[in-house]
Design a protein around this ligand. Sequence first.
Ligand code: ADP
Ligand code: MG
Ligand code: MG
Length: 888
Amino acid sequence: MPKFVYDFTEGNKDLKDLLGGKGANLAEMTNLGLPVPPGFTITTEACRHYLEHATLPDGLEGEVNGHLAALEKRMGKRLGDPADPLLVSVRSGAKFSMPGMMETVLNVGLTDESVHGLAEQAGDERFAWDSYRRLIQMFGKTVLDVDGDLFEDAIEEAKEAKGTKDDADLDAGDFRALVDRFKAIVAEQAGRAFPTDPREQMDLAVKAVFDSWNAPRAILYRRQERIPVDLGTAVNVCSMVFGNMGLDSGTGVAFTRDPATGQQGVYGDYLQNAQGEDVVAGIRNTVPLTELERIDKGSYDRFLEIMETLENHYLDMCDIEFTIERGKLWMLQTRVGKRTAAAAFRIACQLLDQGLIDADEAVRRVTGAQLAQLMFPRFDESRLGDARRVTKGMNASPGAAVGKAVFSSEAAVRAAENGEDVILVRRETNPDDLSGMVAAKGVLTSRGGKTSHAAVVARGMGKTCVCGAEELDVDVKAGRFTAPGGLVVEEGEVISIDGTSGAVYLGEVPVEDSPVVQYFEGRLRAGDGDELVEAVHRVMRHADDRAALKVRANADNPEDSARARRFGARGIGLCRTEHMFLGDRRQLVEKLILAEGEEERTAALDALEPLQRGDFEGIFEAMDGLPVTIRLIDPPLHEFLPDLTELSVKVALAGDGADPQDRRLLEAVRRLHEQNPMLGLRGVRLGLVIPGLFAMQVRAIADAAARRRRDGGDPRPEIMIPLVGAVQELEATRDEAREVLAEVARSTGVDVPALIGTMIELPRAALTAGQIAEAAEFFSFGTNDLTQTTWGFSRDDVEAAFFSRYLELGIFGVSPFETLDREGVGRLVRIAAEEGRATRPGLKLGICGEHGGDPDSVHFCHEVGLDYVSCSPFRIPVARLEAGRAAI
Ligand code: ADP
Ligand code: MG
Ligand code: MG
């Protein structure tokens, strides 16, 4: 039988799967000799069993009994003992931290009897009754599902009756009265009395933590963060220490470095005479952690020591929860801290310079997603226009967000559904605001520091956030906030918030390129004094050194090609040619489609050819010396024709006087109309059905290359045939293309070699790749179409229709159009890569679907041994970084 319970002395930080992050790190700190209140962890395995079978696994109860007895022995107290009770917290803790998502119950073990024992032992009646009311409140809310506002309202009433606004003015008698009131609320709302048996309290709390894994907001958070649905949570039972035992006690949170910038120092918040979540919830105003030096120098110095121990041990920035009980410091939690993207790059380089990690590890410490965040545009303060700066809060999560102010989660969700950009403005956020935070472009709060709920969650989501803008008076009920000078901003007015500086503006502020983009563009150099740019530069250089995959761009005009090259593209992996048929050229395409007989068709093709050639020349020039893969025309021809309904109406209305050209066009549109265009006449099929079309394109490519060569350039064309399902299709088009190439070489006297290859985007192509490789000099996996055809999903139709339901049901954790589906589509890619290379060793392999810029998919491509990924120009740095990370 598996072991379901681990004492804190038994675990370690590598057991996160089993003990959850919190439990694993509590164990690690315990074993480092740091002051952690003793306790034990019930494993995620027990949770999974419970969730699956709706009953606790056999043997768990016995193990818990054993561990509890050992804990009682060690502490010299029994759980809930009336004379001198052992109290514990029952804390959730999954593998991935889910801030505020899961529930924790403190002070478990307090009862009508043991509250007196606690008061006596502590010599403090008020403390004991305060602790007891907190237990009933937390237990009522999280275990018995009582509406938390009922308790809060009761506290407000008590304060009003007393004529105060501060909890600190409530005395033992007030809390004692609140305990009675709370018990009545529980009995009324939950239909059962608050449990008076300490062990029953603990057992119910454990189950509630397990159940909270499936709470709606936990589900939402997991989906947002792509955390698998079936991990389950561990439960930590931890002996209580008390920060609410008077002014020599308190509780706090800290980071070993500034999570927004990476600067080393003392960052955190501290609250005297308080317990647990009082700090994060922003109920009372915290003081900066540096103040602790004045309040309790001994604990402060010890804390600095511990911060250093933790950094040197974890070799990373840590975040910490701690409590001081009557001058004694206790560590309640640590983990490698969440940080902004900028801080991640800076911290990686700082740790590298400190010799704590090596260059490979520095690259491992940052992600493509973080780099993408650093490429977000930011506000240009020099062009404020009508916008004005109204205040400055804390720069909690970077980015520049503009939108209408809304004051509730519901309003944010509603507006987002209508396609409106909104900024969620709250006094502070709590887990119920999650859906609004997801829907909003940015979050603005007037209270709470960098460790507040809003800040932590926004950073996790990569959402712009300004918090603690204390000059703002937020009135959520009235739907407005008041800024200094009496300026009133109503719901619906546009505001701009800068999560990088903390500035808040009324009105829309224009945005500019981020320094990191300016660096990639070559407008800003590493060494120009921007520490972040320097860090990005160092990380990118090492990633490029290590990468096995090359990164190419999807680009079909000279400007994008040039930009892609500046961003580090090593060629073009997909140059679509259909864009070259749009705009004014549409008429020429119409002529081609309507052509009757050889002559008209040739004339139409002849008119298109020089236009195409011009496009290619510009692209070859921008990508001089680098491969340019050009895909021959892919979409169905009717996409270039007018809309069937509109044209029918036009012709019908004109009656007998209708333009004969329109009639012919209408006929053609009808003829070409398809039930299922995605599976119709497109790709290689067009080339085989419409004589001269592909030949024209190949001639334009070859001519452009010859001209570039004559001008001293080094063009490297690769011709790609789309939508091949059988080698015979490819052979026919390849033979025609080769003839054209030879002909151009003869007529121009310049022989530019061009590879001819194909896209692998149909399951049949993947499954017969061994044959197809006989005729193909390269493969490029078109994973958009391959995903559509493998799943039988029409992307444009399914995503909006039912993907959210599929994600909810856990059919997939992420859309297969975003991240390549390794098991299905990926299997086809593997088969094609292996069988293709078996036929033709050294066959060049790449991917040109949108997955080419997706971090997880890039790692897959590395594993399969592709030569390159291709993605949109803006994603190139991300793909380069991930290619390096994949190789390390
Ligand atoms: P979360 O995952 O939301 O941070 P925690 O389990 O860490 O939840 O607990 C919530 C709060 O209660 C934290 O501030 C934590 O420090 C505090 N806390 C938890 N266990 C204890 C304990 N045994 N003694 C004192 N405070 C505790
Ligand atoms: Mg915590
Ligand atoms: Mg395709």
